[in-house]
Design a binder for this molecule. Structure first.
Ligand SMILES: [Zn+2]
Length: 167
């Protein structure tokens, strides 16, 4: 798999605004950059490209102070992520994994649902159930984990530790 970075845009409009969640960030992007947002829609792209886009914050330079390193909501924004630039590099790929409908390892999900058996279908509208893949979870093997897991170490040899605060 090859990813291509198309463009980096400095967004000064978001610097001084105090917001806490991905929904506010996306609303503000749509407000300040309606033409750019429209151009990112899959049916408007060339060659069937399905572009991802995100906002990368520096929590040192903005009022954005999420309780998580990265955030996505694939059901609502299938192309959009939010990251803190000080997070480990692997968090970007983790969030892009969520946008590809991958999820955490089952043990972590059970912990996050406070012991209830995690059932993605219970969280999604019926129209999105076809996106659920039974194999698309993080896995642990030999003491390390894949990028979607909450492991302390990653396969094949990702040096950065993944923060337990990612979403
Ligand atoms: Zn996650």
């Amino acid at each position: 798999m090859k990813r291509t970075l198309k463009e980096v845009v400095y967004i000064s409009e978001l610097l001084d605004i105090n917001f806490q969640d991905i929904y506010a960030v996306h609303d503000l992007l749509a407000y300040y950059y309606p033409d750019r947002m429209e151009a990112l829609q899959p049916n408007k792209s060339h060659h069937h490209v399905y572009p991802y886009y995100g906002v990368v914050f520096s929590t040192r330079n903005s009022a954005f102070n999420p309780d998580k390193c990265g955030q996505t909501d694939v059901a609502l924004y299938p192309q959009f992520f939010v990251l803190d630039i000080s997070c480990p590099k692997v968090v970007l790929e983790h969030e892009l994994g969520h946008l590809a409908w991958a999820n955490h390892d089952i043990d972590t999900l059970s912990y996050q649902t406070e012991g209830y058996l995690f059932d993605l279908a219970a969280w999604l509208p019926v129209g999105l159930h076809s996106k659920i893949k039974q194999y698309a979870y993080g896995y642990h093997c030999g003491g390390k984990g894949t990028v979607m897991s909450y492991a302390d170490e990653f396969h094949p040899s990702t040096p950065a530790l993944l923060s337990l605060s990612m979403a």
